[in-house]
Design a protein around this ligand. Structure first.
Ligand SMILES: Cc1cc2nc3c(=O)[nH]c(=O)nc-3n(C[C@H](O)[C@H](O)[C@H](O)COP(=O)(O)OP(=O)(O)OC[C@H]3O[C@@H](n4cnc5c(N)ncnc54)[C@H](O)[C@@H]3O)c2cc1C
Length: 469
């Protein structure tokens, strides 16, 4: 055992220190693309232990990578080279009571998102963050990536839902910023700085989260549309009609539906019509005064009259609502089960989604004829998961993956969008960030990183340690 391993084992005890030989379950990322054998896995049970671990690793100059639920899709929560420490927050999963009068709750970073939802059930309050990985993703990881998900267009990304934070810095210093108010302009917005920092600036240990009133009524519809242009046109009208009560506007494609139905037998498709595009629409309100179904059916009728909607149905039960959502949420799994895949998480201005899909489709077809494009995502904020499967019968992307990735990223940024919408950069997009970020942006980020972690022991492989140029 190395000196540092011995020291960490002393600090954390047998429950809190997993030696290298037993560390396998923490070593690889969700998509099994990244990871290296660690010195061991630290599983602290309190902020003071996180602080002691970071101070010891800092003194020894050994890298530490914070890990939440390890559901990140860019390889940010595992090591990029052997010998570092994985710092799992899973044992720090306590939560306080929801404060209904203030609309907030204090939680530890290791709390799993679904556990938070379940804890709030029946309280009249909700935490409006929903994503396919909510059964494993933790609050600290969601803050680390500044997660978005299906409700972000209405309630914001994680940075909009965090009121206060407690963070342990690289040398073990504890910053207590656990304020519980939205309005706090006493200097730089430190809490926001840590949202999306992917474990490179500090380790989040506690957070005060903003809660919203839980819906008293809800209506969910599944619609079939001819193509992306019709989907954008219908989505624009629906946003104007539904306003604040629109809480879900998710799209997926015919190829995505086909793959999901082929590979996941538990799924069923409730309509007789198929089209080029599908929309999952949800409206919800904490007030029970407004007839929500009326908004949906009136807009649906308008869409059919205009030829924008081919078919549609409104969920008649909670079970049917869950089945509609599952069709959308199983899109990544359907594609994974098909074989090799190439994932892109881009954002473009929502009004330009159809234009982006047309141009990106032509680009990809030119680079790899026959490549199968399976775009899905969050229509209202322009976040497109532009995922590809190899041409029918081919096992991979014929060495063109890097070229395709760069072309798609350049197209999105050129349209006023982003090449990293909600999954972050991690190790997967570190190189891309170095290529696409301006020198000014690289310098700013480098300066922040140096100021908070001069020794670069915190997750040094994520976000590209740019050369300062
Ligand atoms: C099926 C599926 C669907 C998904 N859907 C969405 C979606 O709709 N929207 C979306 O945004 N993401 C989505 N994701 C990606 C993923 O769930 C999110 O990135 C999530 O925020 C990761 O949380 P985690 O706890 O698993 O973090 P991890 O993967 O463990 O870590 C992610 C990053 O945060 C850092 N980190 C972890 N904990 C801390 C901490 N306590 N302090 C500081 N840094 C920390 C890590 O070092 C790493 O860089 C999906 C993933 C899957 C598998």
């Amino acid at each position: 055992m190395t000196e540092l391993a011995e020291r960490l084992s002393d600090i954390l005890g047998p429950k809190g220190w997993i030696p290298a030989a037993d560390a396998r379950p923490w070593t690889r990322d969700w998509l099994d693309r990244y990871g290296a054998p660690p010195l061991g896995v630290a599983r602290p049970a309190a902020t003071a232990e996180v602080s002691a671990v970071l101070a010891a690793a800092h003194a020894a100059g050994v890298p530490v990578v914070p890990q939440g639920g390890n559901t990140g899709l860019c390889g940010g929560a595992v090591l990029g080279a052997p010998g570092g420490v994985i710092l799992s927050l899973a044992r720090m999963a306590a939560r306080g009571e929801p404060d209904a009068a203030s609309g907030s709750i204090e939680v530890e970073a290791g709390l799993v998102l679904q556990a938070l939802h379940e804890a709030l059930d029946g309280s009249g309050l909700m935490f409006p963050m929903h994503l396919g990985a909510e059964g494993s993703a933790q609050i600290g990881g969601l803050i680390g990536t500044n997660a978005g998900g299906s409700h972000a267009f209405r309630f914001g990304m994680m940075q909009d839902l965090v009121l206060g934070l407690e963070v342990v810095l690289a040398d073990g210093t504890v910053w207590n910023g656990l304020r519980a108010v939205q309005k706090d302009n006493a200097g730089y917005q430190l809490r926001r700085l840590f949202c999306g920092s992917e474990g490179t600036l500090g380790v989040v240990t506690r957070a005060v989260l903003k809660l919203h009133p839980a819906p008293r009524q809800r209506a969910t519809a599944l619609l079939v549309l001819p193509d992306a242009a019709a989907t954008v046109a219908f989505g624009t009208r629906l946003r104007a009609e539904a306003g604040d009560v629109l809480t879900g506007l998710e799209f997926f494609s015919e190829i995505g539906l086909e793959l999901a139905l082929r590979h996941i037998p538990a799924l069923s498709y409730p309509l007789g019509t198929r089209g080029g595009c599908y929309l999952l629409v949800e409206v919800a309100s904490a007030s029970d005064c407004m007839p929500l179904e009326d908004i949906l059916s009136a807009t649906l009728e308008w869409g059919m009259g205009e030829g924008l909607v081919l078919d549609g149905t409104i969920a008649a039960s909670q079970a049917q609502r869950a089945a509609f959502w599952r069709l959308r949420e199983e899109q990544p799994e359907g594609q994974r089960l098909e074989g090799a895949q190439l994932k892109h998480d881009v954002a473009v201005p929502p009004g330009r989604i159809a234009e982006f899909l047309r141009a990106a489709g032509a680009l990809c077809e030119r680079l790899l004829p026959g490549v199968r494009v399976n775009p899905f995502g969050h229509l209202a904020d322009g976040n497109v998961h532009y995922n590809l499967s190899p041409p029918e019968g081919a096992a991979d992307f014929d060495g063109r993956a890097g070229e395709i990735g760069l072309a798609v990223a350049r197209l999105a940024t050129g349209m006023g969008g982003s090449f990293a919408a909600e999954h972050g950069l991690g190790q997967a997009k570190a190189g891309l960030a170095d290529t696409l970020r301006s020198p000014e942006e690289r310098r700013l980020m480098r300066a922040l990183r140096r100021a908070l972690d001069p020794g670069e022991t915190l997750n040094p492989w994520a976000l590209a340690p740019a050369d300062g140029g």
